[in-house]
Design a protein around this ligand. Sequence first.
Ligand SMILES: *Cc1c(COP(=O)(O)O)cnc(C)c1O
Length: 383
Amino acid sequence: MSEKGFFGQFGGSFLPEDLAKVLAVLDEQFEKYKNDPEFINEYKYYLKEFVGRENPLTYARNLTEQVGGAKIYFKREDLNHTGAHKINNAIGQILLAKRMGATRIIAETGAGQHGVATATACSIFGIDCTIYMGKVDTERQALNVFRMELLGAKVVPVDQGQGRLKDAVDAALADLVENYQHTFYLLGSAVGPHPFPTMVKYFQSVISEEAKRQILEKEGKLPTAVVAVAGGGSNAIGAFAHFIDEEDVRLVGVEPAEAPTLTEGVPAVIHGFKCLTLIDENGQPKPTYSIAAGLDYPGIGPEHSYLKETGRAEYATVTGEEALEWFQKLSKIEGIIPALESAHAVSHAVKLAKELSTEDVIIVNLSGRGDKDVEQVYNMLHK
Ligand SMILES: *Cc1c(COP(=O)(O)O)cnc(C)c1O
């Protein structure tokens, strides 16, 4: 076990030796390139020309007037190419993979969103792409499988275990151990063993780097609070990053009430790192059932576990029903159909805005757009 990558008692790297060696090399290479101006320039180039950054910080005038409390702004990750924040991380990690000489990318995906972002990034960089996906998930998300295939990726259905995300992660790790000499594992959230949580935060920090500059331009002051939904925790840690040292800014993470990892979890090691985790009587990770597929994970990034433990960030829960309500309301009020994941953040931000005054300002990270969820919501409302 390495001492690196700890956030208080959380994080670290609890892995068999062969895998630990592979990640030690990754850590070393990431440390080498993260401050390399040429690397950073190339990353910024693709964020601008391919992803479409910087995206706006939009004042939600209608919503603010209707709620009648704090001013609400949306950081528009929904406007990124492929419709969410995940592409920021996929581009960053691929650029690193290329410098490390990798000729093949592998990734896991649950509902398919990280798989689509990875396949997209592989397409533009002309690199071979294999996506592991639980067999059950490939059946439920057939259109996302087709999307990844259109983008040139090979999707491998995993039917070990329950045929879900956890089994896809195991299959990807086994592939990495076997093929590490030319293969790069592109992880999709701020979870996993060191250096992944640190690396994913680095690539997602562009969210708060922009938002901080934008809110200072628009309001001439820092926000009262930054609100973001936390599944594995990557969009939230990216939205918090440049505000963590600003002690007067409240950092508010929102979890699904159906998978309240930070609210009800206990410290445990899953997938090679320590975090607050929902476990059953036998000490196994509990299955979770959020209506938002991107939030269905029994663990959470180690840094969020630490921010919760130290009290620097606060975490609230929102039910699937409340998210569904705000999926519809935000569409009607602001002309923005949010991802079901992001609708959780909106729902809590509205509660918070009501408790604050008109002098206060809230930034809500709109992690993604809801096009992917329209069919599911249609079926939920019409059954
Ligand atoms: C994947 C996803 C999430 C959850 O992942 P994090 O790593 O917690 O950010 C949230 N919102 C959207 C739109 C997603 O696609």
